[in-house]
Design a binder for this molecule. Structure first.
Ligand code: KIV
Ligand code: ZN
Length: 532
């Protein structure tokens, strides 16, 4: 229903009216995973799913099951293992996609099928090669079929903001009649502007009275940097679901950033007529770091809310003011996004119990075998490094969880020879399923040499597109993190790893990128064999 502007409310009055709740639909695992180079394993997806549930996300779009058996498995595993959320799966508006999506979310506590079809003339002519009547019929059939499988059905008009408004209204009206419970209006190419988007949505409400009986959702891309502004504009005129991604990742310039929307709703509550979300904002930092680590996508330092500088004050005049009264330069408290300074420090003499307590203080409750594995890794690192901070422990935990998730491929040994007068040469031993593969290669530098050695061992061809190393904490003994984006056998893939030795981290990051390229290739082959 269109919302008329009412006088502002106080924060207390604002909390909790059901009709003012903005449902957060997280699509990090679907639209986010469509960012170039990102490949998440089933294990990664479940890990992220648990964190999104802790974050208080309402709906998690876990994948696009028809696209590959791996995607299907990821959605299904998340549906089985993560509770307290609605799990959505994406499907084009056809029988095969919808049936497959329904099967993937079947075990979920609250399953949703999200089906879509493009409505803009440019997509109809050049992508779908369908006319409007065919698109309308496909939308209705897909929604009907989805409703025969689940109660909760979302329908999206892809490229809605570049479509003829009358046609969008016709398709939306028909989709609601066919049983859609949420109507999503995507700004697929990030083209619209806030006032224009509002006028589009208000016109849609006028043309389709039944829209007031279902949830209106907005899905904005960031090509012009307006994704969050457009989403908020949509909420102001009645949308009650916002689709977004943690760290604002997603196709091209990304999707609306979840953390920005959540913190706008919280920080400006008094000026937003009572709008609220169920996001537990103190889980934002942990979610951001986990997703950055598992996707291999770094967060830009000046990114709002989750960038490393978002709460840093460099200029002396600012520091002086903040020390006297934080409100001089801070509109949010760092602890409200989970950036509390932790005093946790463990050393090489710390035992299993101390590790368990520290992890539990950080919010991680591990099963006995998981704790055993992390403890072994902790001891190895503590022996080399001496002391581990909370940030080190989180990085280590992430590393261990990833190692557990990767099937078959791991680095057993890495050694180097070289120096200022010698050509760097790397020797690797890689375990690939049951095979133990050894190779040696020389390169322009140590990273080039280790990549060539891994390629020689595995028979791959990789080119480094981006490479970055950074320290997890400050100090000479910091854990090092390596991130790579490479082209492996013609596919862009990313990898990340953490170690006390940055060259070892680089080798494992590259190996993960190779593993991702192989999984993608297998998925593509299976999809082709399955006629997708
Ligand atoms: O951007 C888009 O249009 C989408 C749809 C599939 C919802 O991601
Ligand atoms: Zn999208």
């Amino acid at each position: 229903m269109p919302i008329e502007k009412e006088p502002s409310m106080t924060a207390d009055e604002a909390s909790g009216r059901p009709e003012d709740r903005v449902y957060i639909f997280d699509t990090t695992l679907r639209d986010g995973e469509q960012s170039p180079g990102i490949h998440l394993s089933t294990h990664d997806k479940v890990e992220i799913g648990h964190q999104l549930a802790r974050l208080g996300v309402d709906i998690v779009e876990a994948g696009f099951p028809i696209t590959s058996p791996g995607d299907f498995e990821g959605v299904r595993a998340l549906s089985e293992e993560v509770s307290g959320i609605t799990v959505a799966a994406l499907a084009r508006a056809n029988e095969k996609d919808v049936t497959r999506a329904g099967a993937a979310v079947e075990p979920a506590e609250r399953p949703r099928i999200h089906t879509f079809i493009a409505t803009s003339d440019i997509h109809l002519a050049h992508k779908l090669r369908m006319d409007r009547a065919q698109v309308l019929a496909a939308a209705v059939d897909a929604v009907r079929l989805a409703r025969s499988i689940v109660e909760d059905v979302e329908f999206s008009c892809e490229d809605a903001t570049r479509s003829d408004r009358e046609f969008v209204a016709e398709v939306v009206g028909a989709a609601i009649e066919a049983g859609a419970t949420t109507i999503n209006i995507p700004d697929t190419v990030g083209y619209t502007m806030p006032t224009e988007f509002q006028s589009f949505l208000l016109e849609l409400y006028e043309r389709v009275p039944a829209l007031s009986d279902v949830t209106l959702s907005v899905h904005c891309h960031n090509d012009l940097g307006l994704a969050v502004a457009n989403s908020l504009a949509g909420v102001h005129v009645g949308a009650r679901q916002v689709e977004c991604c943690v760290n604002g990742i997603g196709e091209r310039a990304g999707n609306a950033s979840l953390e920005e929307i959540a913190m706008i709703l919280r920080t400006r509550a008094e000026d937003l007529n009572g709008l609220w979300s169920g996001i537990e904002t103190t889980e934002i930092t942990r979610a951001s770091r986990l997703i950055s680590r598992l996707t291999g996508y770094p967060v830009q330092p000046n990114k709002a809310i989750v960038g490393r500088n978002a709460f840093a004050h460099e200029a002396g005049i600012h520091q002086h003011g903040v020390l006297r009264n934080p409100l001089t330069y801070e509109i949010m408290d760092a602890t409200s996004v989970g950036l509390a300074q932790s005093s946790i420090v463990l050393g090489k003499h710390s035992g299993r119990h101390a590790l368990q307590n520290a992890l539990s203080e950080l919010g991680y409750e591990l099963e006995r075998d998981e704790l055993d594995a992390v403890f072994v890794r902790f001891k190895e690192v503590a022996d080399k490094k001496g002391r581990l901070s909370a940030a080190d422990l989180e990085a280590l935990l992430g590393e261990e969880m990833r190692a557990e998730g990767v099937d078959g491929m791991r680095l057993e040994q890495l050694s180097f020879s070289g120096g200022s007068q010698e050509t760097p040469t790397a020797r690797v031993v890689v375990i690939d399923d049951d095979a133990r593969l050894e190779a040696e290669a020389a390169g322009d530098g140590p990273v080039d040499a280790l990549m060539k050695a891994i390629d020689a061992a595995l028979g791959t061809t990789g080119t480094l597109l981006e490479y970055a190393v950074s320290a997890i904490t400050s100090g000479k003994d910091a854990l090092g993190e390596a991130r790579v984006v490479c082209d492996v056998n013609g596919r862009t893939v990313a990898g990340q790893s953490v170690s006390t030795d940055v060259l070892e981290a680089s080798a494992v990051a590259y190996l993960r990128a190779v593993d991702a390229s192989r999984t993608i290739a297998e998925g593509e082959a299976e999809a082709v064999a399955g006629g997708v």
